[in-house]
Design a binder for this molecule. Sequence first.
Ligand SMILES: *Cc1c(COP(=O)(O)O)cnc(C)c1O
Length: 355
Amino acid sequence: MWCCDCGGYFDVVIDTKFPIDKISKRPPNMWRYREALPQIENKNIVSMGEGFTPLIKFDDLGKNVFIKQEHLFPSGSYKDRGASMMISKIKQLGIKKVVEDSSGNAGSAVAAYCAWANINCDILVPENTSKGKLVQIKSYGANLRLIPGSREKTSLAAFKEAENTYYASHSYNPYFLQGTKTFSYEVTEQLNWKAPDILVLPVGNGTLLLGAYLGFNDLYSSGIIRKIPKIIAIQSKNCAPLADLFNKKILKIEDFKPQNTIAEGIAIANPLRQQAILAAVRNTAGMFITVEEDEIITSLKSTHKKGFFIEPTSAATIAGLKKYMKLFQNNDMVISAFTGSGLKATAKIDSIFKE
Ligand SMILES: *Cc1c(COP(=O)(O)O)cnc(C)c1O
């Protein structure tokens, strides 16, 4: 089963422990937190040594601003955290074939980990997905299927296939968030087992934001940290249904009319886990910030000029981070992320720099 009979999604609930002495002696990757992860036998762990991405100080944005370099994963985005966990679980279940639908990066990550695990996969993407991501998915050996029409049409095609094939969906499958939650474990360990004050993260479907929230909750309930950071959620103004719901500009999500945005990776008009995302922001006394297309482009350029090659979607988060720092100048410890590599979107980046 990949969803409840009512159509709702499942969550995984497990106990988490953090034996710090043991953890610190293990290799620097996301699997060092195994007492806080779903139980996977060693032989079934599908890992490329991913995780423990560098956390770098970015002081031109503020005294205590740190950015986690999540674009430095094997497939070029933090989605590898989710894929490593989810495909390990799938291997343990003895499943030989899966289907996934994606607008690009999740499909690339699932294709990469399926290749490493020797599992067959069909990746369904909208016809107009960036070339770089298509090439990546295909070259990993996945069966790439281009679906005409909207992102929703692609999901419907995947639901159909999921009647007969295991659905390795990054939004429905709860094991994906069990992987992305390691973002928070690493940040906390990198800060000497202290929680930051503020998290500035992108949100479309919320795979990073919800994973991060889950991770900090685990650390809190295990007594490792004393507070959960405030979550500042960033959306592109052209596709900001959750920001508008949060700020009561619309009453229901269907009332939001999305427009095109250069931040293609977070252009999700009707995210599955929307109530959980709104609750995470509300429960941490956080807020939503939206960014305009020109602000995304300015942030993309300034980030590249400092030597970091990120994709346009990731620049939306940095634009939001800049806006937040301008609004609330203080010495809080602020954490954000470079979510995806620019190597996936060179054509788009080229056209931006030509303007
Ligand atoms: C997936 C992704 C995000 C976040 O998207 P969600 O839909 O919230 O999971 C942000 N940046 C990049 C580059 C991504 O691939």
